[in-house]
Design a binder for this molecule. Sequence first.
Ligand SMILES: *[C@@H]1O[C@H](CO)[C@@H](O)[C@H](O)[C@H]1NC(C)=O
Ligand SMILES: *[C@@H]1O[C@H](CO)[C@@H](O)[C@H](O)[C@H]1NC(C)=O
Ligand SMILES: *[C@@H]1O[C@H](CO)[C@@H](O)[C@H](O)[C@H]1NC(C)=O
Ligand SMILES: *[C@@H]1O[C@H](CO)[C@@H](O)[C@H](O)[C@H]1NC(C)=O
Ligand SMILES: *[C@@H]1O[C@H](CO)[C@@H](O)[C@H](O)[C@H]1NC(C)=O
Ligand SMILES: *[C@@H]1O[C@H](CO)[C@@H](O)[C@H](O)[C@H]1NC(C)=O
Ligand SMILES: *[C@@H]1O[C@H](CO)[C@@H](O)[C@H](O)[C@H]1NC(C)=O
Length: 253
Amino acid sequence: MIPHIRKQPLPVGITFIVVLAATLHQSLTDEATATTAIPPTSAAPATPASPGNPERGNYNVTNGNGTACLMARMGLQLNVTFLSTDKKTVQELVNLHPNQTKFAGSCDADTATLILMEDKTNLTFSFLLNTTSKKYHLSSLALSASWPDMAAPLSASNSGLDYLRGTLGRSYMCREEQTLSVDQNFSLNTYQLQVQPFGVSSDQFGEAEECELDEDDMLIPIIVGAALSGLVLIVLMAYLIGRKRSHAGYQTI
Ligand SMILES: *[C@@H]1O[C@H](CO)[C@@H](O)[C@H](O)[C@H]1NC(C)=O
Ligand SMILES: *[C@@H]1O[C@H](CO)[C@@H](O)[C@H](O)[C@H]1NC(C)=O
Ligand SMILES: *[C@@H]1O[C@H](CO)[C@@H](O)[C@H](O)[C@H]1NC(C)=O
Ligand SMILES: *[C@@H]1O[C@H](CO)[C@@H](O)[C@H](O)[C@H]1NC(C)=O
Ligand SMILES: *[C@@H]1O[C@H](CO)[C@@H](O)[C@H](O)[C@H]1NC(C)=O
Ligand SMILES: *[C@@H]1O[C@H](CO)[C@@H](O)[C@H](O)[C@H]1NC(C)=O
Ligand SMILES: *[C@@H]1O[C@H](CO)[C@@H](O)[C@H](O)[C@H]1NC(C)=O
């Protein structure tokens, strides 16, 4: 007459862990999406209405023979502070609309330029390639805008930037929202970005190098996975030890 009560804890324990894992994962991913979805609110100088995430556009610069030499795919949001016609300092978030954006650019051996033009907005990206180290980066951003509510046309630029660093022949990718500060009055928020300013072959992006923000994002599932495997091990060990104890108990009786 061997009592089988001891066998119970394992299936129950595993069911518990699976349910726990499912809910834990669900709540973690919910939390992650919830935190990224909340638009950052700002107090100064006037809280702008959020236009929502910008649509993603495709912008390819081609060289003389029609093959792409610079490729970019991204959603763009301008964060601009300016003096309005009624003499107030306002901060505005403005999305670029891909279907209303014209683009142009140029490609040279160690510089590449992308110019985006929407109605009353021009945005210029300049990339530099270091031919020795075979690394490129976004070195300059320039905005000129003459929006109806501006007291005077705005121009903001910075040619000492070091963003979107990648390797020749590869693309730079950042799925997460990224903020590229240009100056006191202008920063650019990028969404779902992939660019390759040099070494594009056959109109295709090269292998992607992901930004740190994306890598951090991938850490969460890894940590959860590791923690859960640890938990499973502990429960399994507890079960095995428990079973050994109970066997020993029967032998002494
Ligand atoms: C197009 O021109 C570039 C240089 O401007 C050259 O490297 C490339 O091989 C040319 N591609 C074709 C298909 O002719
Ligand atoms: C816009 O820029 C201001 C500072 O210039 C900053 O406080 C605010 O958080 C930015 N907003 C977004 C949505 O990037
Ligand atoms: C930012 O804009 C203000 C006016 O709104 C101007 O006085 C200031 O010089 C600008 N700063 C930069 C760095 O352009
Ligand atoms: C651009 O796309 C938006 C929505 O994606 C649409 O509402 C708008 O009419 C389009 N504009 C043009 C000029 O095609
Ligand atoms: C290019 O990279 C090399 C090696 O990293 C560095 O020594 C050199 O100063 C860089 N050149 C420029 C123009 O930045
Ligand atoms: C944008 O660039 C075009 C072509 O260079 C120019 O005609 C236009 O005035 C510019 N718009 C703004 C707002 O600077
Ligand atoms: C740019 O190139 C990509 C990949 O070849 C293509 O999917 C996209 O339609 C192109 N966009 C434009 C505007 O030509």
